[in-house]
Design a protein around this ligand. Structure first.
Ligand code: MSP
Length: 514
């Protein structure tokens, strides 16, 4: 039976336009979804927008719009982003949708029934930008630890008995050491929980842009309890059957998040689920921040990079490739135009693009444009043709750990091997000396290009598709299972077209310099 894989991105606040930080999370999750589908897994990929709360409400006011019109408009921009990124998501969820509101209210009711919620008064600091409550002791120079301004909030509020879940959470983390990745983030969460948990305010009564609290419409739910529920709304909750299915989507769920929202996903969310008697997702993986001149890229810091502009100028494959390869997934990563251009020129245009172009043009010129029929294979040929097995195993292992950059690096080691093989076999010499041997060498190369094309699909889908199209590989023969079935000699190739263009390094450098 096919394994299941459920992958989610954080749902994006609709307070402002999408920037490259949002695109980054989405592209990473998309690579995982594509990879798992090619492995033959049953995949569900969820993304969407987080549309309630004070931050969105204030942005709507600033724009002079009523909140619903405002969120409809901004959510559209995120829908356009996921379209431009050509994400392979199964649903774009919006927290203002009816099924989601119903799910959030059901979770609330269950928590009430289980005695996990009580009414009191909240008095403390609130950061609208982070949508988070802070204790006096947590403030740094009168601001939230993120540097966001805080305001004093004193209002009637419902509370969730988070303190009660401190020990069960610690026990769960120790029994499920893979629940949080990478390890540095796991340690961060452990020390936060060990430091003691206080009950959490989970409703607001001084504004109304949120899901109404069941039975007390003066209150709206705290935006995080509403937002986190989106992950189970999409699986049909309040119907719990998918959540409880053994080895179903939920038991194999991975939440991809940025490190700034770790606490919400690794402490609050599992506590809500435990308290409601629901099973937990399999894993939460937190990536780092993209930085520009060392600072987190964000709208509020005014250094945002427009993903649309980047894609338009350099292409979608190039944008995917740079961010997923350059930044070790889990760490912070610096973006600059010159590092972008250098990376895509060297890995895409030179290493992979040239390999394909050189070999396939040669086949067109000197081997009648058909997959050559090989003679007997030498040990070198055998090694080259079989190298994918090791590479694929390494990629699978890296993907299991969300080590996206490592998976890509392993595949590019195969690209380098193929380039070396050309240089040592020298097919252009063989053309004059030993045509049969030349055909064998070319066969090996075309077969390896096919393997690379298959494995490159989750990374650079457009380029990989072009490669597989030139090789005339039928759509149905493009899964990872098909790695096992080598090309047959004699098939005609389509005409060769450039796969990855080169960009000017000097212009890029000038732009970084401002
Ligand atoms: N709405 C919440 C998430 C709710 S999930 C139940 C939220 N939204 S957000 O729009 O502010 O951020 C969405 C994601 O984008 C977060 O994972 C955040 O880490 C990520 N990024 C925002 N800026 C980023 C960078 N500069 N670099 C990398 N990712 C960043 O938080």
């Amino acid at each position: 039976m096919a394994k299941s894989f459920y992958v989610t991105t954080p749902i994006f606040y609709v307070n402002d336009s999408p920037h490259i930080g949002h695109a980054y999370t989405s592209l990473a999750a998309d690579m995982m979804a594509r990879f798992a589908r090619l492995q033959g897994q049953k995949v569900y990929f969820l993304t969407g927008t987080d549309e309630h709360g004070q931050k969105v409400k204030k942005s709507a006011e600033a724009a002079g719009k009523n909140p619903q019109d405002f969120v409809d408009e901004v959510s559209q921009r995120f829908q356009k982003m996921v379209q431009d990124l050509e994400l392979t998501h199964d649903r774009f969820i919006r927290t203002t949708e009816a099924d989601h509101k119903k799910a959030a209210q059901q979770l609330w009711k269950t928590l009430v029934e289980k005695g996990e919620i009580y009414k009191d008064t909240y008095a403390g600091w609130y950061s609208v930008r982070d949508e988070a409550f802070f204790q006096e002791s947590e403030l740094v120079d009168g601001k939230a630890p993120t540097g966001a301004p805080v305001e004093w909030v004193e209002e009637e509020s419902y509370f969730f008995r988070l303190s009660k879940w401190q020990e069960p959470l610690l026990q769960y983390f120790s029994e499920n050491p893979d629940f949080i990745g990478p390890t540095s983030r796991r340690n961060e969460v452990l020390s936060f929980v060990k430091g003691g948990l206080r009950d959490l305010s989970i409703s607001r009564s001084t504004f109304d842009w949120g899901v109404p609290v069941p039975g007390d419409p003066k209150h709206v739910m705290y935006v995080w309890i509403d937002a986190l529920t989106n992950y189970i709304t999409a699986l049909g909750y309040p119907d719990e059957s998918e959540l409880r299915k053994k080895d179903g989507l939920w038991q194999n769920a991975l939440h991809v998040v940025g490190k700034d929202i770790l606490r919400f996903h690794c402490v609050y969310w599992p506590a809500f689920l435990m308290a409601a008697g629901l099973p937990l997702p399999k894993r939460v993986f937190a990536h780092g921040w993209l930085t520009n001149a060392g600072e987190k890229i964000s709208k509020s810091l005014g250094n945002a990079i427009d993903p649309f502009a980047l894609i338009q100028e350099y292409g979608l494959d190039q944008t995917r490739y740079f961010f997923l390869r350059e930044v070790p997934f889990g760490n912070d990563g610096e973006y600059s135009v010159s590092s972008f251009v250098q990376r895509v020129n060297s890995d895409l245009a030179n290493d992979l693009g040239n390999l394909v172009q050189r070999v396939l043009s040669f086949v067109h010129k000197h081997a009648a444009g058909k997959v050559p029929v090989p003679g007997e294979l030498t040990q070198d040929d055998e090694d080259m043709v079989a190298q994918w097995r090791k590479v694929y195993a390494q990629m699978e292992e890296a993907m299991e750990e969300q080590s996206l950059h490592r998976a890509i690096e392993k595949l590019w080691a195969l690209v380098s091997s193929a380039n070396k093989y050309i240089d040592t076999q020298e097919p252009w010499k063989l053309r004059k000396e030993d045509v049969q041997r030349m055909e064998t060498v070319l066969y090996v190369l075309v077969e390896v290009i096919r393997q690379i094309g298959l494995m490159a699909q989750p990374i650079v889908p457009k380029g990989a598709t072009k490669i597989l199209d030139i090789l005339q590989i039928p759509e149905k023969k493009r899964t990872f299972d098909d790695l096992e079935t080598p090309l047959k000699g004699g098939t005609a190739l389509a005409s060769v077209e450039p796969i990855f263009p080169r960009f000017q390094v000097s212009e890029a450098g000038a732009r970084d310099a401002g």
